[in-house]
Write a protein that binds this ligand. Sequence first.
Ligand SMILES: [Ca+2]
Ligand SMILES: [Ca+2]
Length: 474
Amino acid sequence: MKRITKGWEVWTVVCLMFTSIVFTDSCQADWFQFQKDKINSGQTQDLAPITSPYVAWSSFTHYAGTHGIDVTPIIAEGKVFTVDVDEYAWAFDIENGNALWSTPLMYGPRYNLATPAYGEGKVFFATSTGYIYALNGSNGGILWSGKLTEGLFQEEELTTQIVYTEGKVYVGSWEGVYYCLDAAGEGTDPKILWEYQIDNGGYDWWSGPAVIGDYILFGDTESVIVSLDKDTAAPKDDLNLSQHYGIEAGSIRSAIVFNSSLNRIYLTSKNGYVFAVGFDSATGNFDTSDGWLASAGIYSASTPAFYDGRLFVCTGSFCKQGSLLCLNEADGTLLWSHEFGSYGSEASPALSIQNGEPFIYIATDTANGAFYCFNKDGQMMWEHIPDHPEYILQGAAISGGKVFFGNDAGYLYCLETAFDWDVNCDGSVNVLDLTLIGQHFGETGEPGWIREDINDDGSINVGDMILVGQHWCG
Ligand SMILES: [Ca+2]
Ligand SMILES: [Ca+2]
């Protein structure tokens, strides 16, 4: 008790001396669409928390039955955009989570799986009722909109993520049509530039496109991937993965990611396979003499992400046990896996590259769905279960030291690294942190062995309390 009293005296002095907090902004890049860009790279050089995450902000959208937010957030204009179960489109201030606008898309409620995309000041949304919308990113006003699909019920769904690039918007439907639209629209209507229709099968959830050079690539429910001219839809090449590899690949629920150094694409299929296939971005042709096939063991809907010879991918779902896998990018052999237990993850890994090392961000699809950071060797850096726990169907967006995700409770979360002096990682520097130091006052150990040793000198003492005082925010 005496030690705590001593600490309080010191705190009183330093509190009078220091009244302001200094924050340093880290570099902030945008995350315009699913897995960040038109090739679904899923990686950024921006920082993200690798230790001590805290909820910088959380914002509620809507919740209905068992669903809330089922798409990955996207980042542009200093805003975080998402769409919820009631088909409300939202923009939140990236710094504080304040709702800047929300726009009811007219034909909800149905839960949406199409991650929106941003381009030229517009946010493009596709819905499970088959409508496409372009909203003004500044105020949420609907610039143009219209229905694309013709079927009913599930046949009505626009099912894939949206990709925007160079004035064009791409999206696919359950009933088997891929669309290319003019981002400018036609008055208040959509302007379709081309449609590509298949006779058998359709486009499964999340089987979004990649635009690589002059070509657009995507996979279908019959395990066929195609390469088309992105401007005309003229077919360039196709590959039936089941036939080529002599397997039952199943429907493709993955987008395609491109490694421009190796001239390879990666994707997964529903029956638990991971594919690496050579792709010549100059000619638009697949090169089946390059690449490999790996078994992921169980269902996957995850779009892989890669960095420096390692490929990361998730398996499982709310009802299927699954893992985070790391494969050798050279030959598809398993380097490590982290098992989740009776459930898995349908997230696509998002990577933050820090000092040349990838950190992997994913979430789990279970009732207490958690958000995770792993390092490249499979060590779990942290696990965060939201204060409104629910299933987390999708992955994350990363920007400027923050990581963003939504869950089925209808909450959008922003996690950031807690400052060293925020001992209990609650986002405030106050009496609670000072109390924790007081409880360990006088203890010694390895430098920084507990968070209370803020100055990493191996002793819990006045020096640590001064740091709290210097950053006091009440
Ligand atoms: Ca605190
Ligand atoms: Ca210390």
